[in-house]
Design a protein around this ligand. Structure first.
Ligand code: PEP
Length: 249
């Protein structure tokens, strides 16, 4: 039985004061799902100080593919680990499209995260044009395959996968629960069909989150689908009430 997981992606939002109010609000009430927030780098210390000792985990939104060295502006996985991060997003569509991240880069980032004891939340998803061209499975399959190839089966068993159709992120358009379920089932099947003996077991245990305009009023239906194990939440994670409502959906 996979426990539901709901992760907030604050993107480039927040301030010390706004985060304090948001985190206090999230801490104030229990949620049925496991909760985590992925904050901008400068606020990781604040998350660590505010959330330590609570059931709420925190993480970052990106990590360098390098471990250390002359890479100005980059943040390495061991640094995230020092701030108590449990999770790091890799391959978010905004990183893929605005920062030119390739499938290979995303896979290396997932590997770096695992090497430092972090759980990478590997994001995959198709654009509207790709969906309309009938390429959804080919696109998400290719994005997933790069990660599967880069990791050992043990490492693959430690990732979280997130299906985020690009056309649903921040647009108010949500995939229907059937559309999302179909892609989640496809992704789980791809993991299960790997050559390692443990592939089917790893697939059965892998949390696969849905992301893309999840709100309190559509979360319950999405999360009721058999292969949807929770959500990656952008806009609605910035309001404690909404984030908690999704965590309880
Ligand atoms: C996201 O950025 O990962 C996301 C799902 O955003 P939103 O919930 O705002 O669509």
């Amino acid at each position: 039985m996979r426990q539901k997981l709901v992760i907030g992606n604050w993107k480039m939002h927040g301030s010390l004061a706004a985060n304090a109010a948001l985190l206090d609000g999230i801490k104030a009430a229990p949620a049925r799902a496991r909760l985590a927030v992925c904050a901008p780098f400068p606020y990781l210390a604040q998350c660590q100080a505010t959330l330590a000792g609570t059931a709420i985990a925190w993480g970052a939104q990106d990590v360098s593919a390098e471990v250390r060295g002359a890479f100005t502006g980059e943040v390495a996985a061991p640094m995230l680990a020092e701030f108590g991060c449990a999770y790091v997003l890799v391959g978010h569509s905004e990183r893929r499209s605005y920062h030119g991240e390739t499938d290979a880069t995303v896979a290396t980032k997932a590997l770096r995260a695992l090497e430092s004891g972090l759980t990478p939340v590997v994001c995959v998803g198709e654009t509207l044009a790709q969906r309309e061209a009938g390429e959804t499975e080919a696109v998400v399959g290719r994005q997933l395959a790069a990660v599967v190839e880069a990791l050992s089966i043990d490492q693959l068993g430690k990732i979280v996968l997130a299906y985020e159709p690009v056309w649903a992120i921040g647009t108010g358009k949500t995939a229907t629960s059937e559309q999302a379920q179909a892609v989640h089932a496809y992704l789980r099947g791809q993991v299960a069909s790997g050559s390692a003996a443990a592939s089917a077991d790893v697939a059965a245990r892998m949390p696969i989150l849905y992301g893309g305009s999840v709100k309190p009023d559509n979360a319950a239906e999405l999360f009721s689908m058999s292969d949807i194990d929770g959500g990656l939440i952008g806009g609605a994670s910035l309001k404690a009430e909404d984030f908690l409502a999704i965590g309880n959906a």
